[in-house]
Design a protein around this ligand. Structure first.
Ligand code: UP5
Ligand code: MG
Length: 194
C-alpha cells in the first residue's frame, strides 16, 4: 500500500521565544495544522478521567519534561483525527527521551520536513512570559518556574536543536523582533520547503 506519511515541521525555541505566535501565522498562511505539545498537555490535565493530570501539573510548574509516551500519544491522536497531512509540532521534542520516543512511535508514520528554531535572548523570553503571566493563568508564567524552564531549555532542548543541525534540518530565525518581522523570515523558509 502507499500510505501517505504525515509531514511534520518541529518548532523549537525557549519559553516565550514566539513559537505559538508564529505557528498561528503559519497555520493561517500555509495551512499547516498547529499542534502545541504544551497546550495539548495543559488540556489533558483537565480532561475528565485523565490519569496523568497530577503528573503533568507537576512537570509544567517545575519546568521539567513530561514522559514522552504521554506527549507523543497526544500528538499522534491529533494527527490521526485530522484531515490534514501537514503539521507544526510546537515545543517538541524537548529532550533525548522525547526524540527517541518520537522516532520509535512514528517510524513509517511521519517524516520530519524541517526544524524551525526561534533564537531569542533569555531576558526577552522571561520578560514576555512574565507580562503574559499577568493574564494567562499559566502556572508556569512566574519568575521561579521561568528560571527552571530556561535551565531545562538550555540543558535538554539545545542538544536536540544541535542534533537536527547536524542533519541539516534546522532553519534558525532571530526571535527578538516584532512578530511581523519574524514572520517575514518564516515565510522565506516555507516558500523553499521540499
Ligand atoms: N510575543 C510573541 N512573539 C513576540 C514578539 N515577536 N514580540 C513581542 N512579543 C511577542 O509568546 C509568548 C508571549 O510573548 C506572548 O504573550 C506573545 O504575545 C508574546 P508565544 O508565542 O506564546 O511563545 P512560545 O514560544 O509559544 O512560549 P511558551 O511559553 O508557550 O513556550 P514554552 O516552550 O515555555 O511552553 P510550552 O507550552 O511549549 O510548554 C510548557 C511546559 O509544558 C514545558 O515547560 C514542559 O513542562 C511541558 N511540556 C513537556 O513536558 N513536553 C512537551 O513536549 C511540551 C511541553
Ligand atoms: Mg507556546
Amino acid at each position: 500500500s502507499s500510505k501517505k506519511l504525515f509531514n511534520v515541521v518541529f518548532v523549537l525555541g525557549g519559553p516565550g521565544a514566539g513559537k505559538g505566535t508564529q505557528c498561528e501565522k503559519i497555520q493561517e498562511t500555509f495551512g499547516y495544522q498547529h499542534l502545541s505539545a504544551g497546550e495539548l498537555l495543559r488540556q489533558e490535565r483537565l480532561a475528565p478521567g485523565s490519569q496523568y493530570g497530577e503528573e503533568i501539573d507537576k512537570h509544567i510548574k517545575d519546568g521539567s519534561i513530561v514522559p514522552v509516551s504521554i506527549t507523543c500519544s497526544l500528538l499522534l491522536r491529533e494527527m490521526r483525527n485530522s484531515s490534514k497531512n501537514n503539521f507544526l509540532v510546537d515545543g517538541f521534542p524537548r529532550n533525548q527521551d522525547n526524540l527517541e520516543g518520537w522516532n520509535k512511535e512514528t517510524e513509517g508514520v511521519a517524516r520530519v520536513q524541517r526544524v524551525l528554531f526561534f533564537n531569542c535572548p533569555d531576558d526577552i523570553c522571561v520578560e514576555r512570559c512574565l507580562s503574559r503571566g499577568l493574564t494567562s493563568g499559566r502556572t508556569d508564567d512566574n519568575a521561579e518556574s521561568l528560571k527552571k524552564r530556561i535551565q531545562t531549555y538550555r540543558d535538554s532542548t539545545m542538544p536536540i536543536v544541535d542534533h537536527f543541525r547536524k542533519l541539516n534540518l534546522v532553519s534558525e530565525i532571530q526571535g527578538d523582533r516584532s512578530p511581523n518581522e519574524v514572520f517575514e523570515d518564516v515565510k522565506k523558509v516555507f516558500a523553499s520547503l521540499k
